[in-house]
Design a protein around this ligand. Structure first.
Ligand SMILES: Nc1ncnc2c1ncn2[C@@H]1O[C@H](COP(=O)(O)OP(=O)(O)OP(=O)(O)O)[C@@H](O)[C@H]1O
Ligand SMILES: [Mg+2]
Length: 290
């Protein structure tokens, strides 16, 4: 299913301003599709049989949009994200990024995915590297000079609020700080597509709330398209311009909800009438699944 961004999508409206031409009706430019999944199915074949993880997933994600992906455990969220990242190939169907197919037969077109950042549930930092070196690793692998790497890392550490921790090691940081390092690392090469799989799942409620505010701010600053997987309905609604609900066995798109709440959203927005209503509808839809 493809949904059209409507005028109520203030998140996109902020980033794709309506043309203002004197004496004429304002004309909204067409949002560009950043990522497309068309008829995507994924079967996992194991010694115990075949699991259909995703079935006929059709989704268009627009430039600079923030899409939350929710659903019960095992419904295929991580599988969908890994397919978007080109880490696994769909059994059938097509994935396009910026209008170009990710796969040609069984060969991946790596030129399509060069500006993609991925953040997983665990920060996955190298314990023997300090924070600066962890953040700059992708740049080092791309042959960026040391001075340019360090300048970029310092900029990112400011962005994610980690100034002064350059020489620290991951073990000296809290869980929330480690996740901020992982986000900075994913941002190091200016991704225009950021894929996040429950990045705050292991954090306590207060830290998670702070990280949600930070991520909202960072996403606005970098202007990337973000796909954000979470179990948490409040987090999904707070961050998302749209919330995609996947149902399990096999994973299918049940519905797509536009979150028509203006940004930036303060934490207090979570107790607003519209927010509560959207979250309640999503919870009821999830509760209906067995
Ligand atoms: N590599 C794999 N081999 C076999 N089956 C797999 C593999 N990866 C995922 N699956 C199966 O695919 C289905 C979807 O798994 P997936 O990890 O995408 O779910 P999820 O929605 O991310 O769950 P969670 O919320 O618990 O992280 C599950 O039934 C899972 O057992
Ligand atoms: Mg998962």
């Amino acid at each position: 299913m493809v949904t059209i961004i409507d005028a109520g999508n203030s998140h996109l409206a902020e980033r794709c301003p309506v043309a203002d031409r004197a004496g004429q009706d304002a004309v909204a430019p067409h949002p560009m599709v950043k990522l497309e999944m068309k008829g995507v199915c994924k079967d996992f074949v194991t010694a115990r049989g075949t699991t259909r993880a995703l079935s006929d997933v059709n989704l268009d994600i627009y430039e600079k949009e923030f899409v939350s992906l929710i659903g019960r455990s095992g419904c295929g969220k991580t599988t969908a994200l890994r397919i978007m990242a080109g880490l696994i190939q769909p059994t059938s169907g097509e994935v396009k990024i910026g209008g170009k197919s990710l796969w040609s037969g069984s060969t991946i077109d790596s030129s399509v995915i060069t500006r993609m950042g991925i953040v997983f549930q665990d920060a996955n930092l190298f314990p023997w590297y300090n924070i600066l070196d962890n953040i700059t690793l992708p740049l080092r692998l791309r042959g960026v000079s040391k001075s340019a790497r360090h300048a970029r890392a310092r900029e990112l550490m400011g962005l994610v609020g980690l100034d002064g921790f350059e020489k620290s090691h991951p073990r000296e940081l809290s869980g929330g700080m480690r996740q901020r390092v992982a986000i900075a690392r994913a941002l190091s090469y200016n991704p225009d597509l950021l894929l996040m799989d429950e990045p705050f799942g292991a954090l306590d409620a207060l830290t998670r709330e702070r990280m949600n505010l930070e991520l909202q701010r960072i996403a606005t600053v970098i202007g990337a398209t973000v796909v954000f997987v979470t179990h948490d309905i409040t987090e999904a609604v707070f961050l998302g311009s749209r919330v995609v609900h996947l149902t399990p066995r096999p994973g299918r798109i049940q519905d797509i909800t536009t979150v028509d709440i203006p940004r930036p959203r303060p934490i207090e927005a979570q107790s607003g009438q519209r927010f509560v209503e959207i979250a309640r509808n999503l919870r009821e839809a999830l509760d209906k699944e067995e």
